[in-house]
Design a protein around this ligand. Structure first.
Ligand code: GLA
Length: 385
């Protein structure tokens, strides 16, 4: 029995029917494109959230997390309402409660369950701990209650839980990465059609490493800045007469910018359109096995997020600049920004040098020590017991 299953048994007094796991993600390129119907290229992390679960016959939902001291939360699914969330269905519990709510809202025959979760995905690090929790819960509930959902359908329901129940206006990239990624591949994602392609991305075989540098600056997507970027993009698309910024081709960018009076809107549009183009270029390089050549595009993506989209911060900029100065092929912030993590593409042998350089630069600048790990593209969500 896995550790999570054992904990379930100790907690609830009987063994779970199964254990489901869903990973966090790192986005290689394609940032702030998903709510513009654009492209992204994330991959799944080896770190996962596990959910041990069993059906209940009385329809109730009991939730427990090994990672928070909140104890067992008992909820009546019929009373879940985003406008009036019942007591206990806030904080971390809002994510699994929101998933059950979204399944019910979609008219799916989901019943009650006991759930115990444990996560290895650090929270607030920009590595999608929320999506991991949502997708693990959604997969557990769908499997337990025999609800046949495709992975994109599952991801879309998880996103709906986060948007409508938790109240975070995120796009679908994180949930899709967690639900659909495959081992050794990046997931090329069209966030409009939810069409996906699995692009071989074997850094180790190419003598490369992907460093994930968690700045330890907590980001908070519920914070107004994310919603503001989103609204600004949707406003600019409307002003240009387009359904979404995805519909503005890269070669028409300059003419379109000339039609926008607001300099801030121009910058936001420039980021989104150039970022979609970078996804296309990085994907082509990965397909051609030219991994090192993606580096400059990663760094260009960072500059665009820093200068045009204004979602970086001092710690992310320092991590990127220091990694590049220490020999990285390229580096960028990953995820929503305002904190969280950066990634750097480096030669395998350069790992100690780059790690030390970044750690020392943080110390010199008076920042808290960063948490630096190596990420290998890993498998998406699965039943593990
Ligand atoms: C967060 C959101 C995603 C996406 C990224 C930025 O991770 O959850 O939907 O918008 O920010 O690319």
């Amino acid at each position: 029995m896995s550790g999570t299953a054992q904990e379930f048994k100790e907690l609830y007094g009987y063994p779970p029917e199964g254990v489901w796991a869903a990973p966090g993600r790192v986005n290689l390129i394609g940032e702030h494109t998903d709510y513009n119907d654009g492209f992204a290229l994330p991959f799944a992390l080896p770190q996962r959230t596990e959910a041990a679960a069993a059906r209940r016959t009385d329809g109730m939902l009991r939730l427990h997390s090994a990672d928070t001291p909140s104890g067992v939360v008992t909820l009546d699914p019929a009373e879940l309402d985003p406008a009036r969330p019942p007591k206990g269905s806030d904080g971390w519990a809002a994510y699994p409660a929101g998933v059950l709510w979204a399944l019910r809202e979609a008219g799916l025959p989901v019943g009650g369950a006991d759930l115990h979760v444990r996560s290895e995905v650090p929270a607030g690090a920009g590595l999608s701990s929320s999506a991991a929790l949502e997708v693990a819960t959604a997969l557990a509930l769908a499997d337990l209650h025999g609800i046949p959902l495709t992975r994109p359908e599952l991801a879309a329901l998880a996103r709906r839980a986060e948007n409508a129940y938790v109240g975070v206006p995120c796009g679908v990239m994180d949930q899709m990465a967690s639900a659909c990624a495959t081992d050794g591949h990046a997931l090329h994602l069209d966030t409009r059609s939810l069409r996906q392609a699995h692009i071989p991305f074997d850094c180790a075989a190419a003598g490369l490493r992907l460093l994930v540098i968690d700045t330890r600056v907590k980001h908070d997507l519920a914070d107004g800045a994310y919603a503001e970027r989103r609204a600004s993009c949707h406003g600019a698309a409307a002003a240009l007469g387009l359904p979404a910024l995805r519909d503005l081709p890269y070669r028409e960018l300059e003419q379109a910018l000339a039609r926008l009076a607001d300099p801030v809107a121009r910058s936001r549009v420039r980021h989104v359109v150039t970022e979609n183009e970078r996804v296309v270029r990085v994907e082509a390089l990965l397909r051609a096995g030219r991994l090192r050549e993606t580096g400059p595009l990663l760094t260009e993506g960072h500059r665009s997020l820093r200068d045009d989209y204004a979602v970086s911060c001092a710690e992310l900029d320092l991590a990127v600049a220091t990694a590049n100065a220490a020999g990285a092929y390229g580096a960028r912030m990953t995820g929503g920004g305002f904190g969280g993590s950066a990634l750097a593409l480096i030669d395998a042998e350069a790992e100690p040098v780059v790690t030390r350089a970044v750690t020392e630069a943080f110390a010199r600048a008076g920042h808290a020590p960063p948490r630096i790990t190596v990420a290998a593209p890993s498998a998406g969500a699965a039943r593990i017991l």
